[in-house]
Design a binder for this molecule. Structure first.
Ligand code: PEP
Ligand code: MG
Length: 323
């Protein structure tokens, strides 16, 4: 199988009936780019920048960050690189920031919430990204957006930094798309409103599932509630994709679900444009998508949305596809 998949390395990702999607990779550092390319990734759908901040005892400087972003952008060439701004907190801690211990870290002061308050830290990262933007095809994505005002505030800061760099003669790309992760149910529910303002969505199912089913993604005791195929999740995913498309925007997914063989037929059917996964899953996913008919999967997905349980959804997918 592996050698068959290898033949697909430079092939586009197209369903049997001609629907093309993008299969891209999640990375955590510049060292990961090599495997994105060798596994036929069409871009980077999620660069988790928090690893630059972890495993050290102080914040990375603007120049250190600039070098990391530039390296990834240059190595990816024309291909898209979606960089997520700092998503610290929850399961990812930074001891040197001395943040207070929280009762519910996953519901607490993390990601964009922290960046909007600790603006020096946020602005440093944004400047590094803006300066790196001329070396490739950069898109910037904000994590854990819960309200439209948070998105507006983050984007306003980005534009301020851009203007001030330009005023100082720094070259910056004018093509940078600015999007959000959809990983909080409130954002999925009013995705139609967000879609008027963002350039793209990337659905973060790792968190979206835990918040929708109120089940801590780290807690074994409630892991039975961690249900990617729950019709509630599928309906939220559909809302996000439809909202994006009504405004002419694109919708991707960068949670683990995007590379899952039961989920892929459903996501293709729902019209997902971009699937971001670990590099090692890309060729297998491409092979699966090549064997699927998008129009049939659209019917399958529609039927799945009318089901009540995960078991029924899994059975349905297995009855209509070869897995
Ligand atoms: C997600 O929540 O789905 C996601 C991709 O982000 P992380 O796993 O880094 O929280
Ligand atoms: Mg997340």
């Amino acid at each position: 199988q592996k050698s068959e998949w290898a033949l697909l390395k430079d092939e586009p990702s197209i369903s049997k009936d001609g629907t093309q999607v993008e299969l891209v990779a999640n990375i955590g550092s510049p060292q990961d780019v090599e495997s994105v390319i060798s596994n036929g990734g069409e871009g980077v759908g999620l660069y988790r920048t928090e690893f630059l901040y972890m495993e050290r005892d102080q914040l990375p400087t603007e120049d250190e960050q600039f070098e990391a972003y530039k390296t990834v952008l240059e190595q990816m060439g024309e291909k898209t690189v979606v960089v997520r701004t700092l998503d610290i907190g929850g399961d990812k801690q930074l001891p040197y920031l001395n943040l207070p211990t929280e009762m519910n870290p996953f519901l607490g002061f993390r990601a964009i919430r922290l960046c909007l308050e600790e603006q020096d830290l946020f602005r440093t990262q944004l400047r590094a990204l803006l300066r790196a933007s001329i070396y490739g095809n950069l898109k910037i994505m904000f994590p854990m957006i819960a309200t439209i005002n948070e998105f507006r505030a983050a984007k306003a800061i980005l534009l301020e930094e851009k203007e001030s760099l330009k005023a100082n003669g720094v070259a910056i790309s004018e093509e940078i798309e600015v999007g959000i992760m959809v990983e909080i149910p409130s954002t999925a529910v009013i995705a139609d409103q967000f879609a008027k303002e963002v350039d793209f969505f990337s659905i973060g199912t790792n968190d979206l599932i835990q918040y929708t089913l109120a089940a801590d993604r780290m807690n074994e005791k409630v892991s039975y509630l961690y249900q990617p195929y729950n019709p509630a999740i599928l309906r939220l995913v559909k809302m996000v994709i439809d909202a994006a498309h009504s405004e002419g925007k694109w919708a991707g997914m960068c949670g683990e679900m995007a590379g899952d063989e039961i989920a892929i037929p459903l996501l293709l059917g729902l019209g997902l444009d971009e699937f971001s996964m670990s590099a090692s899953s890309i060729l297998k996913a491409r092979s699966q998508i090549k064997g699927l008919n998008q129009k049939e999967m659209a019917q399958l997905a529609e039927e799945a949305l009318t089901k009540g349980t995960v078991e029924e959804v899994i059975e349905l997918v297995k009855s209509k596809t070869v897995i």
